[in-house]
Ligand binder design. Sequence first.
Ligand code: DQA
Length: 137
Amino acid sequence: MKKIIIINGPNLNLLGKREPGIYGAQTFEDFFTELKRKYTGFELSYFQSNIEGELIDKIQEVGFSYDGIILNAAAYTHTSVGIGDAIKAIETPVIEVHISNTFAREEFRHQSYISPNAKGVILGFGLQSYELALQSF
Ligand code: DQA
């Protein structure tokens, strides 16, 4: 069974109550429970942190043994050379996802340190972005 982890960055623990007009009304925990129920053919896990170094630690920890990482680095997407380097350093393919269409938003969200090292990028489909990424494995 393929081992896939979803890694979420800062403020994504507030999904459901954070700017619902942009990010929707569902909590990630509810969405993740549904996803696990629907995709029983994957060994799915989930990690969230608001701390850049903890995200890098997790990427390093899973990056030589898992079959895939679905990464929403949230605001660190646009700032973190360290997370970009971590993705370069590992063997596990990374799919970058975003809930919103970052290209339809402020210019600072158009820059990504993840994209150059990702296998692919899926954005703008709400929480379905994660599901589409999963289907690619
Ligand atoms: C986000 C987009 C980022 O620009 C933002 O900082 C986030 C969420 C998204 O999923 O749409 O926190 O990654």
